[in-house]
Design a protein around this ligand. Structure first.
Ligand code: NAI
Length: 329
């Protein structure tokens, strides 16, 4: 099958080639899928996309018109896809539901430790021959209340890690997990969680219902000095409200791996350009904010698993084994 692969980096190509072994014809494009790049999928029966490729109605319509039948996402989340339009056009949507939930859960812990123990500042101090500790005071994680919002594959592993550290773990998920309850996790409503949690970490998908779930009203109910961590999706947080919360010191620490306007920023080197996003520019001025550029998934194990599942999805689709395609339904 001929597949146009968008938003490709050298590491994607390496892992896809290794999994493919010449079976399918992959046409690699560095550019993201957008209205002006959809033509690159001419003559292809499938497109292979990543988190910030544009899969809205106009792009889907153009792809369908060109003969594309399969959209194989190299990610778990699919908030970037207009699902209704894709279904109406008869497009099959495949994704990688699980690659390495450990990768994201472990990165989340990394953000928490970095913020709490000010590792980003300590690293620079020592390199400047400055060994003073002023301003680096942290707190014990053990005994603190940590909230996991979304206890699916990633949230479950993260909850386990934090139980191991000795946190009191509370959680919110419309579908509570009994194994976590048995291990001591308490499921609460969001209204109960906000005033209790010292650390809040988001691990749910972005849906129309939970867009900006962290907003002015939610922040008002939280503890002063709360630590917020988002490795889920940028749109879960109203970034402007969070900037206000950081300025007033309501928010004590902010760790982000995702950002609601990340599409034009992340995964690229913009170091020779001026930053045009004023909200993001303000965010990175705070010493108690650590941002990584959607790298939580980025481990060797995850890249191999993404490539293998993507290949399997394409091959099963080609062979008409639809029950073996990890489709979005
Ligand atoms: P999953 O589908 O296994 O679990 C998601 C959980 O969230 C489910 O238990 C679901 O019931 C729950 N949920 C749904 N709506 C909710 C809401 N409004 N509030 C609380 N919980 C809700 O998904 P998985 O694999 O754990 O991934 C979670 C999210 O993490 C993905 O949707 C994606 O957005 C993000 N992600 C981020 C990555 C990164 O590199 N930063 C990489 C992979 C995923």
């Amino acid at each position: 099958m001929k597949v146009a692969v968008f938003s490709t980096k050298p590491y994607d190509r390496d892992h896809l080639e290794q999994a493919n072994q010449g079976r399918h014809e992959f046409v690699y494009h560095e550019v993201a899928l957008k209205p002006n790049s959809a033509l690159l999928a001419q003559d292809c029966q499938a497109v292979c996309c990543f988190v910030n490729d544009q899969l809205d109605a106009p792009v889907l319509e153009q792809l369908a018109k060109q003969g594309v039948k399969l959209i194989a996402l190299r990610c778990a989340g699919f908030n970037q896809v207009d699902l209704d339009r894709a279904r109406a056009l008869g497009l099959t949507l495949a994704r990688v539901p699980e690659y390495s939930p450990h990768a994201i859960a472990e990165h989340t812990l990394g953000l928490i430790l970095m913020l709490n123990r000010q590792l980003h500042r300590a690293y620079h101090r020592v390199r400047e021959n400055d060994y003073s500790l002023n301003g680096l005071l942290g707190f014990d994680l053990a005994g603190k209340t940590l909230a996991v919002i979304g206890t699916g594959k990633i949230g479950r592993i993260f909850a386990d890690i934090m139980l191991g550290i000795g946190c009191r773990v509370v959680a919110y998920d419309p579908y509570p997990n009994q194994t976590l309850v048995d291990r001591g996790v308490e499921y609460l409503s969001l209204e109960q969680i906000w005033p209790q949690a010292d650390i809040i970490s988001l691990h749910c998908p972005l849906t129309p219902d939970n867009h900006h779930m962290i907003n002015k009203q939610a922040l008002a109910q939280m503890k002063t000095g709360v630590m917020l961590i988002n490795t889920g999706r940028g749109g879960l947080i109203d970034t402007r409200a969070v900037v206000v919360g950081l300025k007033s010191q309501k928010i004590g620490y902010l760790g982000l791996d995702v950002y609601e306007e990340e599409g034009d920023l992340f995964f690229e080197d913009h170091s020779n350009q001026l930053l045009q996003d004023d909200v993001f520019a303000r965010l990175i001025t705070f010493p108690n904010v650590v941002i990584t550029g959607h790298q939580a998934f980025f481990t060797r194990e995850a890249l191999s698993a993404i490539a293998e599942t993507t290949l399997a999805n394409i091959t099963h689709f080609e062979q008409g084994e639809m029950d073996r395609v990890c489709s979005i339904d």
